[in-house]
Design a protein around this ligand. Sequence first.
Ligand code: IDP
Ligand code: MG
Length: 156
Amino acid sequence: MMETTLVILKPSSIQRALAGKILSRFEQKGLRIAGLKMMMLDENLLREHYAHLVDRPFFPSLILSMTATPVIVAAISGVEAVQTVRQMTGATNSRKALPGTIRGDFSMSGQENVIHASDSPENAAIELARFFCPEELYDYSLISTPSLYAPDELTR
Ligand code: IDP
Ligand code: MG
């Protein structure tokens, strides 16, 4: 199934000048950039986005970390893009993330783990709506599509 997922290049990736390299990984994989912008997150938005963590002791530190610089939000599309991007992201604790994953290759921390990626198609839809207006998501198709997928993979 063709899906779109939300990726956030966190302040840790902006500070470490990794934004281009990380976006490039998604492009090289054959995923399509459907939306891209820089924005400053605020505490209200983060309390929604990280609602499952508001009561954790590290939450104030997470807010400071996520508001340290602007972030780059990306809408990334492809067949089964949600799971594919999660796999490319790696485990939350970057020290446990496998080599070859973005966190495994670029970071050392549980908090400063360079990117966010949606964890399910349901959450991807909610998170895309949280960070993008509909007109910021572009429904073009890559000219390389026939070299990226077999026809039956695009119709399932
Ligand atoms: P995920 O980003 O891999 O989906 P979540 O459990 O949803 O992981 O946590 C969201 C973010 O909160 C993590 O990416 C990380 O930045 C931060 N975080 C999660 N657990 C910890 C922790 O134990 N210590 C510090 N930061 C954490
Ligand atoms: Mg999560």
